[in-house]
Design a protein around this ligand. Structure first.
Ligand code: API
Length: 257
């Protein structure tokens, strides 16, 4: 079985065309091994492209620990590029993921992915929390370059208000009136990743609500630049959220089974 390696702003994934439905999706140890950077291909997650009777395709996402995860925004952009590369659609697509329906556009080097609506931003034990398809804490800091993201992120990831599932943790620094620099500790990878799409989306919405940052918000991550556009409703909800940025095939190979 062939695999394809893709990356979106440095968030990297193993992609498999599983339209035949033969990939061993319940073998968590196998998926973890494939994602391992020493014993396997190396990736932040693995994504299956499966058939869906009502959509162009179905996205099934696993974190690097081999367990099925919640929505992955950069992975969503990567699977859209993959489906486009496979000839599954041209121009615009509609697909199903763990958090429901998504639409996306391929525009030259960029993928614009419509994210799930957000029901609101809450405070939990003094921490700003929201669900953008995956759970995210957002914290603003002054010196993000020198922050120990893994140590600080881990404290919050396993803390009581977010049990039992835990949360992803984003640290953000204001760069200018439209731009933030974001670093993310990702659950399921249990490390800092170069970029996290649902995390970047979360930061953009919180920045709009708390700092008046206008849409579209520009986000700088270690792995590259993203934009998030949205409509903010008066009651605190957000709609028409789009995550926009590049996604690329890096290499192709053959799985050991
Ligand atoms: N990297 C992903 C997030 C994966 C979510 C995962 N870490 C979880 O919460 O299960 C993204 O681009 O949105």
């Amino acid at each position: 079985m062939d695999f394809y390696k893709y990356q979106g702003t440095g968030n990297d994934f193993v992609l498999v065309d599983d339209r035949a439905g033969t990939f061993p999706a319940s073998d968590q140890a196998f998926i973890e091994r494939l994602c391992h950077r020493r014993f396997g291909i190396g990736a932040d997650g693995l994504i299956l492209l499966q058939n869906d009777p009502e959509y162009d395709f179905r996205m099934v996402y696993f974190n690097a620990d081999g367990a099925e995860g919640s929505m992955c925004g950069n992975g969503g952009r990567c699977i859209v590029r993959f489906a486009h590369d496979l000839g599954v659609f041209e121009g615009e697509t509609r697909f199903m993921a763990v958090d429901g329906e998504h639409t996306a556009l391929v525009n030259e080097g960029e993928i614009s992915l419509k994210m799930s609506n957000v029901s609101g931003i809450e405070q939990r034990n003094g921490l700003t929390f929201l669900n953008t398809g995956s759970p995210h804490v957002v914290q603003f800091v002054d010196d993000l370059e020198s922050l120990d993201v893994v140590a600080e992120g881990r404290k919050i990831r396993y803390s009581a208000p977010f049990q039992p599932g835990g949360t992803n943790v984003n640290f953000a620094q204001v760069v200018d009136e439209n731009t933030l620099f974001v670093r993310t500790y990702e659950r399921g990878v249990e490390d800092e990743t170069y970029s996290c799409g649902t995390g970047v989306t979360a930061v953009a919405l919180v920045a709009h609500q708390q700092l008046n940052t206008p849409t579209p918000v520009s986000i700088r991550t270690i792995g590259g630049n993203l934009r998030v556009s949205f409509t903010a409703l008066a009651d605190g909800r957000f709609e028409a959220i789009h995550l926009i940025g590049p996604a690329q095939r890096v290499f192709t190979g053959t799985l050991p089974r």
